[in-house]
Design a protein around this ligand. Structure first.
Ligand code: ZN
Length: 499
């Protein structure tokens, strides 16, 4: 889909305010009472030490997945790289879960509580890029990690193993589970893993994402349904016997026109986009088959349901107009993220304990060169190269403009995510800039921060039943008046291929 946290981050700051703090030397000040120093508990220290001690290995795993750059449902080598790391560290693996060969669940421990950690590892088509600050594909038209899922998968896996290490050394009870979730970019993996019941016994779920800032994701996303409309007509010679043909492509075009008129009458937060995946073979044959693929998004799933029903009516009408038939197939359907305040506060406290990544002058120079490519194209000027601070926790959930299948998990189990500064400040989502950053030290530093913050939060959830209870109380309060609706027909399994 896209970076779920990349919303209005591409702010071109034209003014830079510098705060000058002048220390008072003449009048000694009475020092205010300090709050007690916040330190890592022994269990958290164990987890953080595991991440530090294994950094070289984690970087290797990230580089391997970054190089594989496998797109959704084809992440065989990428998922195996994470499975190998988990197996070597004592986890039990279930491969090929929920009908997807590249989905897996890795577990350590037994009984309650069950803490889930989510890993993603799919790449994006057309974004192959070397780790240089100018556009240079490694493979022409190849895929690349433009959403940073190589560091995502590696850090989440590291967090799970670090928690396991703390469990062993501190004799902590419970279960830590790493969910290997494929095909996030098309919203497939987690949706079908939830449907398969793989999250039914989980107490809380953690995740993170590449970002241009370090922050807890106390916010929501757009709900989205991914649906394909396949029209069937009758082939005929387009010049000699058009009266004996029925064009499926005409139906697609009329449908798209209908939807484009519908746009005027939907709420401003709706986003409807499509690609024609099959428009026929060649002009002298009336196309007997044509297909159009839609994403329909809105801030609430309820609105998506309404728009979806309207668009299905338009498709049927287009079929009637052209004397063709239409088949409607929902590939995936995911809700907006359900925020969780207690989990957000818990993750925030651990994230501030770990701190944001710090970058070298060389890394900042590299980032500046990447930013210049955006500035040259779109104008403005960024006020910093890389973010090195933890952003304050927002008081209210923020509304995002993208979507993620994390949403579906969040309506099943209290879920919280974060982002760590791991790409250039202001980098567009799904861009080659993110591929470059996540394949080198900038991304790796964010990966390490995320692994530590997630591990510390996971340990707290594992050892503090009150934290889990608070998360569930918030979850129940937010869901009590809602009915969960999925547009995926009951019993339908995941698609075997995206295209
Ligand atoms: Zn992503």
């Amino acid at each position: 889909m896209t970076n779920r946290f990349m919303r209005s981050w591409n702010i071109y700051c034209l003014f830079c305010a510098v705060l000058v703090i002048v220390p008072s030397l003449a009048f000694p000040q009475v020092k205010p009472a300090k709050s007690p120093p916040r330190t890592l508990t022994p269990a958290k220290q164990t987890a953080v030490s595991w991440v530090d001690a294994n950094q070289a290995k984690l970087i290797d795993v990230n580089q391997a997945i970054w190089n594989y750059a496998e797109v959704g449902l084809q992440e065989y080598k990428s998922s195996q790289a994470l499975i190998d790391l988990l197996t070597a560290n004592g986890f039990t693996i279930q491969k090929g879960v929920a009908g997807m060969p590249t989905a897996f669940v890795a577990s350590y421990g037994s009984g309650k509580p069950v803490i889930g950690m989510m890993a993603e590892y799919d790449a994006l088509p057309g974004l192959s890029q070397d780790t240089v600050p100018y556009r240079k594909p490694l493979v022409e038209n190849g895929a690349g990690h433009g959403c940073g899922h190589s560091i995502f998968g590696t850090a989440s896996t590291a967090a799970a193993i670090a928690i396991k290490d703390a469990m062993v050394k501190g004799k902590l009870a419970g279960t830590i589970r790493l969910y290997g979730t494929p095909a996030e970019e098309t919203g497939i993996g987690k949706v079908y893993m939830v449907k398969a019941g793989l999250f039914d016994d989980v107490d809380a779920v953690l995740h993170w994402h590449l970002g241009d800032k370090t922050a807890v994701g106390y916010g929501t996303t757009k709900a989205v349904v991914s649906v394909k409309f396949t029209f069937t007509g009758v082939a005929a010679h387009a010049s000699a016997s058009p009266h004996q043909g029925r064009s499926a492509l005409d139906a697609v075009e009329l449908m798209d026109i209908g939807v484009n008129y519908m746009r005027e009458h939907v709420k401003e937060d709706a986003r409807i986009h499509y690609v024609i995946t099959d428009g026929g073979g060649q002009p002298n044959v009336v196309p007997p088959r044509a297909q159009v693929w839609y994403y329909v998004r809105a801030n609430t799933h309820k609105d998506v349901e309404n728009y979806y029903a309207w668009i299905v009516d338009i498709a049927k009408a287009a079929a009637q107009m052209t004397k063709t038939s239409v088949e409607v197939k929902v590939d995936s359907d995911t809700h907006e993220i359900l925020p969780n305040r207690p989990l957000a506060e818990l993750l925030y406290s651990n994230l501030t304990l770990v701190g944001a990544p710090r970058f070298t002058d060389d890394e900042k120079m590299f980032a500046r060169k990447l930013q210049e490519t955006v500035e040259q194209e779109f104008g403005g000027k960024f006020d910093r190269a890389l973010s090195e601070e933890v952003e304050p926790l927002p008081d209210r959930p923020e509304q995002g403009t993208a979507s993620t299948d994390v949403g579906e998990v969040s309506w099943k189990v209290p879920t919280i995510g974060m982002r760590a500064s791991s790409t250039v400040y202001g980098a567009p989502g799904h861009s080659w800039l993110n591929v470059a950053a996540s394949g080198m030290s900038i991304g790796q530093k964010g990966m390490v921060v995320a692994a530590k913050a997630l591990a510390c939060t996971g340990i707290e959830l594992l050892t503090n039943p009150k934290a889990v209870e608070a998360a569930w109380a918030d979850f129940r309060a937010r869901t009590k008046d809602t009915t969960f609706v999925s547009l995926i027909p009951p019993g339908q399994g995941p698609p075997t291929a995206i295209r």
